[in-house]
Design a protein around this ligand. Sequence first.
Ligand SMILES: [Zn+2]
Length: 229
Amino acid sequence: MNLARLLTGLEPPDLVSVSVENQALQLERQSAAALAKMQQAARLDGIELAVASAYRSFDRQAAIWNGKMSGHRAVYDQQQQQLDIQKFTGFAKLEAVLLYSALPGASRHHWGTDLDVFDAAAVASNYQLQLQEAEYQAGGPFHKLAMWLAQYAGDFGFFRPYQQYQGGVAAEPWHLSYQPLSDFYLQQFELLMLQQAIAQSSLTEKPLIEQYLPDIFQRYVLNICKEAL
Ligand SMILES: [Zn+2]
């Protein structure tokens, strides 16, 4: 296994499925085992800890990125207002997309240690999951889950790297990370690895990305919420 390729989503980790309903939802083996234990505990408290998104490859993230950069996929600001991406230029254009979508090569979802969760017991089976902060705040269907995660996720090795907005990625209370492995991955991750992955890609706005890559790495990769477990 080549660590640089794994960290940038070009090569998958040792993946196992984490959903009976959707076999395509996969996590790295240790993270999946920890998640299963956490799901058992949550169930005892009436929470059906369901996975909305897990491992994503570089190509999968690239499809999301290119869709947003070209205007084919909606881009929102922090007030959930839709933006016209074509009106943005320079770093502001990157910023608009990076608020909710990682740069391909720089997503923690590449590592197989990170996932997005919701409480399937709190909503009808046909509920359209938005993955918006309000759903996880007081009055939202997943507030109970958010409170539960704040208290217990650490017992299973998980933390919330985007618990609060701190100038990079928006607050994503649904995003969990298996810290025993992801902390190690973040330590190993270097700007040069990301530069190489971008250089061999054909991403929309590639020259702009390359121009600002050190800033992106600092603000959106290294700049996470550190939670003591
Ligand atoms: Zn996520």
